[in-house]
Write a protein of this length. Structure first.
Length: 499
């Protein structure tokens, strides 16, 4: 058990055991035992989580805002579970320990997905070749196609159900791990999570919070790039019903842009409706502050706290009994030749740029390898123009190119990953340089520090990072900020809470 075995090696070993007549149950247990462990993740090839990483399919970048330590995290994992599979994720932390929560989710959630997703040879072997990189199956005779049409539809529905169940199971397990973590206080801290898994010509996505995934696609007629939102921002004020006029208007826009793709997009909107009603049924309160009427928040029934600006999140256990959940909304998408790339980003980007602006910026990037950084820099400029008196939020971006091609890179693929300690040290060094001689602030991430203090990486030393924010009085209304994910902590949060 002292050595780490990559997912590709584990899959090959599983195939060998099956060829030697090994039982399914024994093989399944062996596969689970040989999944990469968190402490060895930095050794896994193709797993990238920092600005220094290199990828053959994607561009990733994050930049600290002006509110304190960077609470955004991101990940790209190539050959995830199966050759050609790609996992992307963006995680936006909030609260006193949000930076620790986001990085913990970044490391642990992919492993839970890896153990749960219905890969070929796993619990749902019925996936078929279409999901393994072959975009179109051979054409069958008309009679055979008609006879097997119903069976294919049933299999596809069963497959989607298996994928949905796997995402839900993994997200729930992640939240349960945070709840039972011995040293990570998630009572009033949490994180969003938008994850996307590309397998052949299909996209499978799970989302909680207000991070977002957007598809860049070419219009058949004009050839221009258009933006399609793949996920729904799970805000606390999402209604339970949508008016007929809204439905017609939405569908007309989508039909005009991408034809038949109105149906799955519209279904995604309907499936995420009813957040406000669920919260109110659980005695939580939903309302916006007078100073920011456009930002609905979730409040405790007995206290004007914490004011969470999303309806679903990891952590935030002070609100889990009052309607905030960690169950993801599941989305799926069938790719076509028109689809060029997918952008995953935290709300630091979406607060200042529209979906179409993001797609235009990425498509106009001078190189694919710099697309994510190009987008983050554009968002930083927009923050200064649109909100000159506000403090820029953290930004994290993953740009996944669907054709699997990137710019020629003379550097070796060995530089595609870096050690956890090295990347974390670089992050801490850069953050310390950017915030040197600044006054202590209380903002969206609620991290209090004095000038000159060195931040401790969440990956290297979680315990010290937790202690940085203990015994403080929190208020997100101090300082000049645009939108805080939390307003303030509950009055009883200074006491040690046992969950």
């Amino acid at each position: 058990m002292g050595n780490c075995q990559t997912t590709g090696t584990a899959a090959a070993a599983a195939r060998k055991r099956r060829g030697n007549g090994g039982g399914t149950q024994r093989g399944g247990k062996s596969n689970r035992s040989k999944l990469p462990r968190e402490e060895y993740l930095h050794l896994v090839p193709g797993r990238i989580f920092s600005n220094e990483g290199r990828s053959i399919t994607s561009s990733i970048y994050t930049q600290q805002g002006r509110k304190g330590i960077n609470q955004d995290a991101m990940i790209l994992w190539e050959d995830f579970g199966v050759e050609g599979g790609v996992l992307c994720g963006v995680f936006d932390g909030h609260g006193p320990h949000g930076h620790v929560v986001a990085r913990k989710v970044r490391d642990a959630l992919p492993l839970k997905l890896l153990a749960s997703l219905p890969f070929p040879g796993g619990a749902a072997r019925r996936i078929g070749l279409g999901c393994l990189g072959r975009r179109h199956a051979p054409l069958a005779p008309a009679s055979e196609a008609e006879e097997g049409k119903e069976n294919v539809e049933d299999e596809e529905e069963a497959l989607l159900s298996a994928w949905r169940e796997a995402f839900v199971k993994s997200y729930k397990a992640m939240d349960k791990e945070l709840l039972s973590h011995p040293s990570l206080d998630c009572f009033c801290s949490g994180s969003t999570a938008v994850t996307l898994f590309k397998l052949g010509s299909k996209l499978y996505m799970g989302n909680i919070g207000d991070s977002r995934a957007v598809l860049g696609s070419k219009d058949d007629i004009s050839g221009s790039m258009i933006a399609l939102q793949l996920t729904v921002d799970l805000k606390p004020d999402l209604p339970s019903t949508i008016s007929i006029s809204s439905i017609q208007f939405f569908c007309l826009i989508e039909l005009k842009l991408v034809g038949l793709y109105c149906v799955p997009t519209f279904a995604a909107v309907l499936s995420a409706a009813g957040e406000a009603e669920r919260i109110k049924r659980c005695r939580g309160r939903v309302f916006a502050l007078q100073d920011e009427p456009e930002v609905p928040r979730v409040w405790l029934p007995f206290d004007d706290a914490p004011g969470l600006a999303m309806a679903r999140a990891f952590g935030d256990f002070c609100l889990k009994d009052y309607g905030v959940i960690s169950v993801p909304e599941f989305f799926h998408w069938m790719l076509t030749e028109r689809d060029q790339f997918v952008v995953l980003a935290s709300d630091g980007v979406w607060d200042v740029l529209s979906n179409q602006e993001v797609v235009d910026i990425v498509s106009s990037s001078p190189t694919r390898s710099s697309a994510a950084k190009f987008l983050v820099e554009a968002a930083a400029r927009e923050w200064k123009l649109k909100y000159p008196t506000s403090k820029m939020d953290d930004c994290a971006v993953v740009c996944l190119y669907l054709d699997g091609k990137m710019d020629p890179d003379p550097e070796s693929a060995e530089n595609s990953t870096c050690s956890v300690a090295y990347c974390s040290y670089e992050e801490c060094t850069n953050e310390a340089c950017e915030t040197h001689d600044q006054e202590p602030t209380l903002d969206r991430n609620f991290t209090v520090r004095s000038a000159g203090n060195t931040r401790i990486s969440a990956v290297v030393d979680e315990n010290r990072a937790d202690n940085m924010v203990e015994d403080q009085s929190w208020s997100g209304l101090e300082g000049v900020t645009r939108v805080n994910s939390l307003v303030q902590l509950p009055r009883f949060s200074d006491e040690k809470v046992t969950l």
